[in-house]
Design a protein around this ligand. Structure first.
Ligand code: LAC
Length: 223
């Protein structure tokens, strides 16, 4: 059986905290707090727009979340600097363990896909810039059906696009909401627990496997 792996992008392959370096120039030591508040609001906006069936591109969620975060933290960033931050968001770095694990997974015969809320052209450019695009068969985006994770329709869309069956298709994600979304839609789910303090939502779902880094994934899938 050939196993298909659907890698979440932001927070799994690509380190969204990488934006802190660019933010430090504007707001110094508040950069880490700002970047995590920005990321949480970006996801909240995607969930809400999905539920409201009021779709917009993920980059619009990101930009609106940037505006919100500036206002709620009382931080002024000029419009042109916000544009620069948005550009930086398109050039975020890959996690070092993604760089290490992907070539091994590819040469072991796994079918690798990037699967993201980000439109395919943005995700392809991001992965290219981070040096990891070459490991993927394709990029599948929720934008293709104008919705966001964790709508069950987006996981069904992934299975159709990759021509994989649910029990041989794994969602690999650092985001518990995404793992739960995939499990609930009939896929298997690997949770990348990047931080010791990370908590998996105490719902009726548990990850099929949990790893601390992507380099542990191959042996976890084979056990
Ligand atoms: C993505 C977000 C959920 O890449 O991280 O789809």
């Amino acid at each position: 059986m050939t196993i298909t792996l659907a890698f979440d992008v932001y927070g799994t392959l690509i380190d969204t905290a990488g934006i802190s370096t660019a933010l430090e120039k504007h707001i110094g030591s508040k950069a880490v707090q700002f970047s995590s508040a920005w990321r949480e609001k970006q996801l909240e906006y995607s969930f809400r727009r999905g539920l409201m069936q009021n779709y917009c591109k993920f980059s619009v969620c990101t930009r609106e979340a940037l505006e919100y975060t500036c206002q709620v933290l009382g931080i002024e960033i000029k419009a042109e600097e916000k544009d620069l931050l948005m550009q930086e968001y398109r050039k975020l770095p890959a996690f070092p363990d993604a760089q290490k694990a992907l070539p091994h997974l590819q040469s072991s015969g796994f079918r690798l896909y990037a699967f993201s809320n980000g439109p395919a052209e943005n995700v392809s450019a991001l992965l290219e810039n981070a040096g990891i695009a070459k490991y993927f068969n394709d990029v599948v985006s929720t934008d293709e059906i104008k919705s966001f994770k964790p709508n069950p329709a987006v996981y069904a869309h992934f299975l159709r696009r990759s021509r994989a069956g649910g029990n041989e298709a794994w969602l690999v994600s650092g985001n518990p909401f995404d793992v739960i979304g995939a499990l609930s839609a009939g896929m298997r789910g690997a949770w990348v627990k990047r931080m010791k303090s990370a908590v998996f939502d105490p719902w009726e779902f548990e990850p099929t496997v949990t790893v601390e880094t992507l380099t542990e994934l191959e042996s976890a899938l084979q056990s």
